[in-house]
Design a protein around this ligand. Structure first.
Ligand code: RFL
Ligand code: PHB
Length: 391
C-alpha cells in the first residue's frame, strides 16, 4: 500500500490529523493497534480549551459537541474547608472551557473519517518505521495475521506514550526530559448527577481530589492514591468516604453517591522528547510528551500539535515549501513546555506529597491562599487553564 502520509494511532491526534489532511486534499492512511470500540470507550480527558473547540469547529467536527458539550466559565479551588472560584472569562478577556469527553471527540472524528471514505485500519499494529531519514519512509505493520508495508512520503507518529514511533528514532537523536511523581490517580465514573456545577479541584492533607463530570447524569471523580495502590483496595464505600473527607467544606455541600461503573488507577508523569521530528518522521501528542492530568492539558496539546502539523504538511504538498515542516518542532515545543510547567505547578500545588518537609507544606498553603486571593495570581492560573491562543 502507498499513501502520502502514514499516521500511526487513531487516538484524538491521529484521527484529527487524518481529517484535517483530508480536508486539504492530502491522502493518508491511519494504522490503529486496537479495535474501534476500544478506542471509542477508553476513558480519559474531559476538558477542551476554547482553542481546541475552535479547531474542531473549523474542521466541521462539532455538531454533537455544540449540542452536548457543557461550557464552563469557572473552576473551584477547595482547601482549608473553603471554596474559591476562579472566574475564567473574567480573568482572561472572555475565554472559557468545554466539558466534552475524549471518548466523544474520538467517536465524532472516527465517524467523520468513515463518512468521507477515509482509510483507518483498526487492529493494525505498526511494528517499525524504516527510512525516516530518506524521502521514502515506510511503516511495517501487522494486520489480519500478516505483515505488510505502507510506503509514504511522511510518517506522523500519533501512537501515544507507549507507541513505536518515538522508539523508531535512532538512539541519540532525541533528548528526553522527564519527571515522575510520588502519587497516582484513582478515577471513577458514576451514574449520578454531578454534585457541583463547575469542576472542583480540592487539596486536603489526606490528598488531592477532583470532581468532574461527563454529562448532567454522569459524574467523573478522581482521588490521589499511592502509585502502587490497586483498584482492589478500593471498594465503592471506601471511595465515597474518602471523597467525602477530601471535599468537606464548612457550610452546606453534599457529595451525591451513585453506582460506580468504572474504576482505574493512572500513574502520573511529565515527559518531553525533542525535537519532535526525525527526518520524515514527525511525533505528535502523547507520543512526544506527557503531562500529569491536573492541568487538563494532554488532549489539548495533541490537538494543537496536529493543527500545526496539518498546516505544515498541506503547505509542503501545495508548493514544495518545507519551511513550516522545519518550524514544526520548535513551534509545538513552545506550547508544550508552557503546558508542562502549568501541569507541574497544578500537580505540586494540589497534591499532598508524602515525603515533603514542613517548610514545603507551608509554602504550598501560602501559594494556594495567594492564588485564591490575588487577582493577578488567579489571572495567571485562568490564562493557562483556559489555554493560550492557537497561534
Ligand atoms: P492516545 O490517545 O494515547 O492515542 C494513541 C493511539 O495509538 C495507538 N497505538 C498504536 N497504533 C498502531 N500501532 C502501534 N504500535 C500503536 N501503539 C499505540 C493506541 O492504541 C492509541 O489508540 O494519544 P493522543 O492521540 O496523542 O492523545 C493524547 C490524549 O489521549 C491524552 O493526552 C489525554 O487523554 C490526557 N488527559 C487529559 N487531557 C486533557 O487535555 N484534558 C483532560 O481533562 C485530561 N484528563 C488525561 C486525563 C489522561 C488521563 N489518563 C488516563 C492518562 C485524565 C486521565 C485520567
Ligand atoms: C476529566 O474530566 O476527566 C478531567 C477534568 C479535569 C482534569 C483532569 C481530568 O484536570
Amino acid at each position: 500500500m502507498r499513501t502520502s502520509v502514514a499516521i500511526i494511532g487513531a487516538g484524538p491526534a491521529g484521527l484529527l490529523l487524518s481529517h484535517l489532511l483530508h480536508r486539504q486534499g492530502v491522502d493518508n492512511v491511519v494504522l490503529e493497534l486496537r479495535t474501534r470500540e476500544y478506542v471509542e470507550r477508553r476513558q480519559r480527558a474531559g476538558i477542551l480549551e476554547q482553542g481546541t473547540v475552535d479547531v474542531l469547529r473549523a474542521a466541521g467536527a462539532t455538531g454533537r459537541l455544540d449540542r452536548e458539550g457543557l461550557t464552563h466559565h469557572g473552576i473551584e479551588l477547595r482547601f482549608d474547608r473553603r471554596s474559591h472560584r476562579i472566574d475564567l472569562p473574567g480573568l482572561t478577556g472572555g475565554r472559557s472551557v468545554t466539558v466534552y469527553a475524549q471518548t466523544e471527540v474520538v467517536k465524532d472524528l472516527a465517524a467523520l473519517r468513515e463518512q468521507a471514505g477515509g482509510t483507518v485500519l483498526f487492529e493494525a499494529e505498526a511494528l517499525a518505521v524504516e527510512g525516516a531519514g530518506t524521502d521514502s519512509p515506510r511503516v511495517r505493520y501487522r494486520h489480519g495475521g500478516a505483515e505488510h508495508v505502507l510506503d509514504c512520503d511522511l510518517v506522523a507518529a500519533c501512537d501515544g506514550f507507549h507507541g513505536i514511533g518515538r522508539r523508531s528514532v535512532p538512539e541519540g537523536a532525541l533528548t528526553v526530559a522527564e519527571r515522575t511523581y510520588p502519587f497516582a490517580w484513582l478515577g471513577i465514573l458514576a451514574d449520578v448527577p454531578p454534585s457541583c456545577e463547575e469542576l472542583v479541584y480540592a487539596h486536603h492533607e489526606r490528598g488531592f481530589a477532583l470532581h468532574s463530570m461527563r454529562s448532567p447524569q454522569v459524574s467523573r471523580l478522581y482521588l490521589q492514591v499511592d502509585p502502587d495502590d490497586r483498584v482492589e483496595n478500593w471498594p465503592d464505600e471506601r471511595i465515597w468516604d474518602e471523597l467525602d473527607a477530601r471535599f468537606a467544606v464548612d457550610g452546606a455541600w453534599t457529595l451525591r453517591r451513585g453506582p460506580i461503573t468504572e474504576k482505574s488507577i493512572t500513574p502520573m508523569r511529565s515527559f518531553v522528547a525533542e525535537p519532535m521530528r526525525h527526518g520524515r518522521l514527525f511525533l505528535a501528542g502523547d507520543a512526544a510528551h506527557i503531562v500529569p492530568p491536573t492541568g487538563a492539558k494532554g488532549l489539548n496539546l495533541a490537538v494543537a500539535d496536529v493543527t500545526l502539523l496539518a498546516r505544515a504538511v498541506a503547505h509542503w504538498r501545495a508548493d514544495g515549501d518545507e519551511s513550516l515542516l522545519d518550524a514544526y518542532s520548535e513551534t509545538a515545543l513552545r506550547r508544550v513546555w508552557r503546558a508542562e510547567h502549568f501541569s507541574y505547578t497544578m500537580t505540586t500545588l494540589l497534591h499532598a506529597d508524602p515525603g515533603e518537609s514542613e517548610f514545603d507544606r507551608r509554602l504550598r498553603l501560602s501559594h494556594l491562599r495567594y492564588l485564591a486571593s490575588s487577582p493577578s495570581a488567579s489571572a495567571s492560573l485562568a490564562e493557562n487553564y483556559a489555554g493560550l491562543p492557537m497561534d
